[in-house]
Design a binder for this molecule. Structure first.
Ligand SMILES: Nc1ncnc2c1ncn2[C@@H]1O[C@H](COP(=O)(O)OP(=O)(O)OP(=O)(O)O)[C@@H](O)[C@H]1O
Length: 324
């Protein structure tokens, strides 16, 4: 029977000399969940994935995977598979030969042979199954790495940026493979820099910043933690729109443009609660001003990420406009 928790980490720490890569990290991943690890460069994602794959031993804390306590040895319980940084492959062998060689090295617990061609088909590499890996693109290597991780039907898959280098179709295919796995009861932990990928794929995310967990939970909860967002407003009449904005209670007109805005002179940036933005729309329409665009300058998930990791300075607009 599957344990209810695929991963239970408490106070996991790891230092490299003076660098604290993981600082008392707690992580709970229920079985059957797709869980994302996200955070700025150097936040500790790869280190944590390495600990989960038995490639690094933590300096402190406890870790349980698939119901089995993980000790101090560089080893993981059976049923755990994946890769960090980039999948290890033999460049002179074909994709099929790579998988066959890896399958031969691993003894499956159930003794059944792996269907290498079925795995290549699943990750969309059937057409290049006979080509040497040295000619593969980054995206093709990622897909082959995923196929290699699927050898032996793992119950817990740990993947470092599995969508790295994939085109939109490839990304969709990898997402499908991962969601099918989770639907069948397997657990997936993956890192990504892309909030939109995580939103499309993950049940929950853990946000790391300088080795510490600053958020863990559903993505909806993460975006709800952000305060009022800056919104870009483009209308047919910016001068009159500016005057209308000043009449709306709780709505602020921000001077200057954000570093992410378009530089369009017709654009205004406003900040306020949702009700104030609704009120603004009603007033603009009543004044005969057409709205061409009203939307967050930074998507809500990204804004939450920037706020929680202390990296939002670059996107802060200038001061509130003084009343004229
Ligand atoms: N083998 C190592 N030796 C020394 N320092 C290391 C080692 N591995 C990681 N670090 C340091 O630990 C910290 C966390 O690194 P890690 O690679 O886990 O971050 P990350 O979140 O995966 O970053 P990125 O998004 O850039 O891949 C960084 O400061 C990094 O320089």
């Amino acid at each position: 029977m599957q344990p209810t928790a695929a991963i239970r980490a408490r106070g996991v720490s790891k230092t490299f000399g003076d660098v604290i890569a993981l600082d008392e990290v707690d992580l709970d991943v229920p079985a059957g969940q797709i869980h994302g690890l996200v955070g700025p460069n150097g936040a500790g994602k790869t280190t944590l994935l390495g600990v989960l794959l038995g490639l690094a031993v933590p300096d402190g804390g406890t870790l349980e995977m698939l119901g089995t306590p993980v000790g101090r040895a560089l080893a993981v319980p059976g049923g755990v598979a994946g890769f960090v940084e980039a999948p290890g492959l033999y460049p002179t062998l074909t994709a099929r030969q790579n998988l066959a060689a890896l399958a031969a090295l691993r003894n499956r617990a159930d003794g059944r042979p792996d269907d290498v061609d079925e795995l290549l088909d699943r990750v969309g590499l059937h057409e290049v199954a006979g080509d040497p890996v040295r000619g593969f693109s980054l995206g093709m290597r990622q897909r082959l790495g995923l196929a290699a991780a699927l050898l032996g039907d793992p119950r817990l898959l740990v993947l470092d940026e599995p969508a790295n280098g994939l085109d939109p179709a490839g990304k969709r295919q990898v997402h499908r493979v991962l969601t099918d796995l989770a639907d069948a009861g397997a657990t997936v932990v993956l890192s990504s820099h892309r909030m939109d990928d995580l939103a499309a794929l993950c049940d929950e995310v853990t946000l790391l910043s300088t080795g510490r967990v600053v958020f863990s939970g559903p993505l909806g909860k993460l975006s709800a933690e952000t305060g009022d967002l800056d919104h870009r407003l483009v209308t047919t009449d910016p001068e009159r729109a500016r005057r209308v904005v000043r009449t709306v209670p709780d709505l602020r007109l921000l001077a200057g443009r954000t570093s992410l805005s378009s530089g369009d002179e017709r654009e205004l940036v406003v900040r306020g609660p949702e009700a104030a933005l609704d009120d603004l729309v009603v007033r603009l329409v009543a004044a005969g001003i057409a709205i061409r665009e009203l939307g967050p300058v930074v998507p809500p998930l990204e804004a939450a990420f920037l706020a929680l990791t202390g990296a939002d300075l670059a996107t802060q607009p200038a001061d509130e406009e003084s009343a004229r």
